[in-house]
Write a protein that binds this ligand. Structure first.
Ligand SMILES: [Zn+2]
Length: 124
């Protein structure tokens, strides 16, 4: 896959211009939940809401919308519910992604971390 930037929904909501920037730089955006909970502690309804709210705000930032193809569960914690919910939304669950070490994405991540820590998480 192309380099994927896994984005937390509440950060996409706060900084839609940076979502657009990541896409403009040629990166794929992945869903990294709305507020970074541990999915194994959530009910089905809560998992669904966290996933869907992340997609909602990522998509809202991009003209014409945007549908992430990958879901990365926070802390790598998930269960069969997570897999089924993701699959029903056309997303694969991925546990791991390369951290882009250089270039525009790193600058974007640095800019975000100056605003507020851990705003966008490329990999962990
Ligand atoms: Zn994370």
């Amino acid at each position: 896959m192309r380099a994927t930037f896994f984005m937390i929904g509440q950060n996409a909501r706060s900084y839609p211009s940076l979502v657009r920037r990541v896409v403009a730089e040629g990166y794929t955006i992945g869903n990294h939940s709305y507020s970074h909970p541990n999915f194994t502690t959530l009910s089905t309804t809560q998992q669904r809401a966290s996933m869907d709210n992340a997609t909602k705000y990522i998509s809202a930032a991009i003209e014409g919308g945007y549908r992430p193809c990958f879901f990365r569960p926070p802390y790598g914690s998930y269960n069969s519910t997570t897999i089924n919910l993701a699959r029903n939304r056309g997303m694969s669950v991925v546990k791991w992604s390369k951290t882009p070490g250089t270039g525009p994405l790193r600058r974007i991540a640095a800019r975000l971390s100056r605003k507020r820590s851990s705003l966008m998480r490329p990999a962990r």
